[in-house]
Design a binder for this molecule. Structure first.
Ligand SMILES: C[S@@+](CC[C@H](N)C(=O)[O-])C[C@H]1O[C@@H](n2cnc3c(N)ncnc32)[C@H](O)[C@@H]1O
Length: 325
């Protein structure tokens, strides 16, 4: 078996947790902890594209959040929301919280009581967080969007999202910023080599920038202009590069297989539709769907053999949002 037989978004997000744990920029997290210490209680947190809720668990475990928190997490995918509730309950029991039974038919709310007095009330819902932000007049102290902004149209989305935190903070960790690499070199592995890989990665990044889809391959650096334009001041930032090297901890081999499969799908799709992402004649000449499949086979093999190193460049950005009055 060189490729997993099935792929699951929630498994990918849980596998990504340990990669993000290593990657997150600690000084930015320290600045966030410091900023939140002055806020009134309970701290109101909203997370957009919350996935399986790894960031909430992490911010609690790492004591970045205070003891009393009211949290709302939104994700488009229903399947990840169920997983977020399950994982939070398992984590909370291990961490010594008492779990309050909620109404199982109501929204997915979990209430965690810390024996030392704090309470975390977390509600997860399947919803388009951007649409919700446009319509909502709810206010929060902290907005979190992890590995999120590179998937959306920054110009259209940032204003409504920041409107959720007037006079609060916005934390955008693991925002992709344009570089991906895989090692060792493929030279000598069948007919695909470094040139093919370079072309695959170029087209992959170009698919993120295609005019007909939201998101961008350099969103991390774009935030340094986009946030001030949206009346938010960057107060801390730093690199949060993903680096996965053998031997793979946790489920990180799956994380790598999932990424290679995602790259193959994006590049194969762009070649099939003649998307503007592959309009660069040089790249088109060098790539065919068969070569992309061969490239993916070769990379899945190297992962299965426990030899692939993968890196991607991300940025973490923390901003203070001006009051709207
Ligand atoms: C790369 S995943 C990151 C998930 C999570 N933040 C993490 O880091 O583990 C991005 C998530 O954003 C969600 N998403 C994308 N656009 C969204 C939107 N407009 N509203 C809510 N969720 C969205 C996707 O369903 C996906 O689960």
């Amino acid at each position: 078996m060189t490729r997993p037989s099935t792929y699951e978004h929630s498994r990918y997000l849980e596998a990504k947790r340990t990669v993000d744990d290593r990657a997150l920029h600690r000084p930015t997290l320290d600045r966030l902890r410091e900023a939140l210490a002055d806020r009134s209680s309970p701290l109101r947190v909203v997370e957009v594209g919350c996935g399986t809720g790894t960031m909430l668990r992490r911010l609690l475990a790492w004591e970045v959040l205070p003891d009393d928190v009211v949290y709302r997490g939104y994700d488009l995918r229903e399947e990840v929301i169920g997983r977020a509730v399950e994982e939070l309950e398992v984590w909370a029991e291990d961490a010594g919280y008492a779990l309050e039974d909620g109404d199982p038919d109501a929204t997915r709310t979990v209430r965690l009581d810390d024996p030392e007095g704090g309470t975390v009330t977390a509600t997860f819902a399947a919803a388009d967080a951007v649409e919700l932000a446009r319509r909502s007049d709810a206010e929060y102290d902290l907005l979190v969007g992890c590995a999120f902004l590179d998937l959306v149209d920054l110009d259209r989305v940032l204003g409504p999202l920041l409107g959720l935190v007037p006079d609060g903070f916005a934390y955008f960790p693991i925002t992709f910023d344009g570089e991906t690499f895989l090692a060792p070199s493929l030279r000598g592995d069948g007919s695909v080599g470094d040139r093919t890989e370079r072309a695959v990665l170029d087209v992959y990044h170009a698919t993120m920038d295609a005019p007909d889809r939201p998101g961008g391959s350099r969103t991390g650096r774009e935030l340094f202009a986009a946030l001030p334009d949206a009346d938010a001041e960057v107060v801390a930032a730093g690199g949060s590069d993903w680096l996965v090297t053998p031997p793979y901890p946790g489920d990180e081999a799956y994380f790598l297989h999932h990424l290679v499969d995602g790259i193959e799908g994006a590049v194969g799709g762009a070649l099939a539709d003649g998307s503007p992402a592959v309009a660069d004649g040089d790249t088109v000449d060098r790539l065919s769907p068969g070569m992309v499949g061969e490239w993916a086979d070769a990379r899945h093999r190297v992962i299965t053999n426990g030899q692939l190193t993968f890196g991607a460049h991300n940025l973490d950005v923390l901003a203070r949002v001006e009051s709207d009055d």
